[in-house]
Design a protein around this ligand. Structure first.
Ligand code: URA
Length: 427
C-alpha cells in the first residue's frame, strides 16, 4: 500500500489521487493508521487544491464503506431521503416525512445533531418524552413496514471515517471545502441506500454557505456525486435569510411541526415542504402533486403517521394526544425602534445566540428556550411594535441587546426574498 507521505506529497503538489490513494486515507482515518497530523495535512491539501469529480466520488465511497451499509432500496425500490444543508428553524424533515409516508412514498432519514448555528433534527426530537432515535437496519425496516417512515440518528457505525475527518476539519479550518462537505454528507446519506436523494441547499444569512453562487456550486456537486454513484438526485436552493416559520427553539419547533401536520403550518415552511415533497416523490417514480400532499395534511393522515411512528419509537401516547412545550419563563419583547420595514435579519447570529442560550445551563439542551419570530423580511413595522419575543431561563440584558442587534429596520420597503430559488439537476 502507498505510504501516507507519498500521497500527501502528491496532493500537496496539486496532483490527482487514485481511488486506491483515497481509500488509504479513509482507511487511515477509520483504523487509526494515519496520524492526525497526516490526516490534517490531507484535508488542508484537499481544501487548497480541491478534489475533482473522481476523487470526490472515491472519497465518498471510501467513507461510506468504512461503516455499515444497509442497501434498503433492494427491498423498497421507491425509498427516498431528503437532506437539508441546515438552517435556523428548519423543521421540514419532520413535517415532510409523515406527509410522504401518508402518500405511500416511503422515507428514511438519519438525522444529525446541531452544527454551529443550525439546530439538529435529532436534538429537537428529543423534546418528545420517551422518544428514541436509535435503530439498526432491522428496526428501520420494521418502521418502514409498519408506518412507511423511519427517522433516526446516524450512529457510530455509519461512515466512521467521516466522523474522524469531520472532527479534524473543524480543527484545521477545512470545513467549508465543497468536495469535503459533499463527501461527508453523501457518505452518510448513502449508507441507508435510499433510491433517490433530494437536497435542500440553503442560501442567505442563516445558511452554511450564505452566497447563492456557493450554494449552487455545492448543490451541483452533491447531485452529480450521488448520480455518479447510481442513485437519482436533485436539489432545490431555498432561502434562509430569515428563520423558516415562526418558532426557533427545540421544543417550540416540535410543537410547530405538529401544528403544521394539523394544517396550521406557517406559509413559508409549508411552501418549502411541499416543493421538496413533489421533487422527492417524482424522483422516486411516484408522482405526487402539491394538492396530494396537502390532502394528506387536511385529512389528518400525515399527523396519524407521525404519531404512529413516534409511538413505535417509545414516545408517550399521552403527550402525543395533547402535546405541549413549556417555554422558558423569562420573556423579552424585541420591539421596532422606529417606523419602517424589517429589512435585514442576521439569521446566523440569531441561530447562534439561541443555540448558546439553550446550552447555558450545561451540556444538556434546554428545550424551553425559544424565539417567536413575528415579522418577516419586507413587513412594515411601527415604532414599539413587536418583532420577536424571546423566552429565556434567566434575566440576561446583554444577551437581549445582542438579540436586538440581529434585526434591522429601514425607512424604505424591500422585496421579500424569493423562497424557492433554483432547481438543480444532474444535466
Ligand atoms: N454536514 C455534514 O455532515 N458534513 C459537512 O461537511 C457539512 C455539513
Amino acid at each position: 500500500m502507498t505510504q501516507p507521505f507519498d500521497i500527501l506529497e502528491r496532493k500537496r503538489a496539486g496532483q490527482g489521487l487514485s481511488t486506491d490513494d483515497i481509500r488509504a486515507v479513509a482507511a487511515g482515518a477509520s483504523d487509526g493508521s494515519w496520524s492526525e497530523a497526516q490526516l490534517g495535512a490531507f484535508l488542508m491539501a484537499a481544501a487548497i487544491h480541491g478534489l475533482d469529480g473522481d476523487e470526490t466520488r472515491a472519497l465518498t465511497v471510501a467513507m461510506l464503506e468504512s461503516g455499515e451499509t444497509w442497501d434498503l432500496a433492494a427491498q423498497i425500490p421507491t425509498l427516498v431521503d431528503k437532506h437539508s444543508t441546515g438552517g435556523v428553524a428548519d423543521t421540514v424533515s419532520l413535517i415532510l416525512s409523515p406527509i410522504l409516508a401518508a402518500c405511500d412514498v416511503p422515507v428514511v432519514m438519519l438525522t444529525g445533531r446541531a452544527l454551529g448555528h443550525t439546530g439538529g433534527t435529532a436534538d429537537k426530537l428529543e423534546s418528545i418524552p420517551g422518544l428514541r432515535l436509535d435503530f439498526d437496519r432491522a428496526g428501520c425496516c420494521r418502521l418502514l413496514d409498519e408506518v412507511g417512515m423511519a427517522i433516526g440518528i446516524a450512529t457510530a457505525e455509519i461512515a466512521p471515517a467521516d466522523r474522524c475527518l469531520y472532527r479534524l476539519r473543524d480543527q484545521t479550518a477545512t470545513i467549508d471545502s465543497l468536495p469535503l462537505i459533499t463527501a461527508s454528507i453523501v457518505s452518510k446519506k448513502l449508507a441507508t441506500g435510499a433510491s433517490a436523494l433530494v437536497f435542500d441547499v440553503k442560501t442567505g444569512s442563516g445558511a452554511f454557505l450564505p452566497r447563492q453562487e456557493d450554494a449552487e456550486s455545492l448543490a451541483q456537486l452533491l447531485v452529480s456525486t450521488v448520480e455518479g454513484l447510481g442513485r437519482r438526485s436533485s436539489a432545490l436552493i431555498t432561502d434562509m435569510s430569515q428563520p423558516l416559520g415562526e418558532w426557533i427553539g427545540h421544543g417550540a419547533e416540535v410543537l410547530a411541526t405538529l401544528e403544521a401536520l394539523e394544517g396550521r403550518g406557517a406559509a413559508d415552511l409549508m411552501a418549502v415542504t411541499y416543493a421538496l415533497g413533489v421533487e422527492v416523490a417524482a424522483l422516486a417514480g411516484c408522482d405526487r402533486s402539491s394538492a396530494d400532499l396537502e390532502a394528506a395534511v387536511s385529512s389528518g393522515r400525515a399527523r396519524q403517521r407521525f404519531d404512529r411512528w413516534a409511538e413505535l419509537q417509545g414516545a408517550e401516547a399521552a403527550w402525543l394526544a395533547s402535546p405541549e412545550c413549556e417555554l422558558a419563563p423569562i420573556e423579552y419583547a424585541l420591539e421596532g425602534p422606529a417606523d419602517g420595514y424589517l429589512s435585514g435579519v442576521d439569521n446566523r447570529r440569531l441561530g447562534m445566540l439561541l443555540s448558546d442560550a439553550c446550552r447555558a445551563g450545561g451540556s444538556t439542551i434546554d428545550q424551553g428556550v425559544a424565539v417567536h419570530y413575528r415579522k418577516r423580511l419586507g413587513d412594515s413595522v411601527e415604532s414599539g411594535e413587536e418583532l420577536a419575543r424571546v423566552y429565556l431561563r434567566r434575566e440576561d440584558p446583554a444577551l437581549m441587546a445582542a438579540f436586538r442587534e440581529c434585526f434591522e429596520i429601514s425607512p424604505e420597503g424591500l422585496e421579500p426574498p424569493t423562497l424557492l430559488r433554483t432547481r438543480i439537476t444532474a444535466e
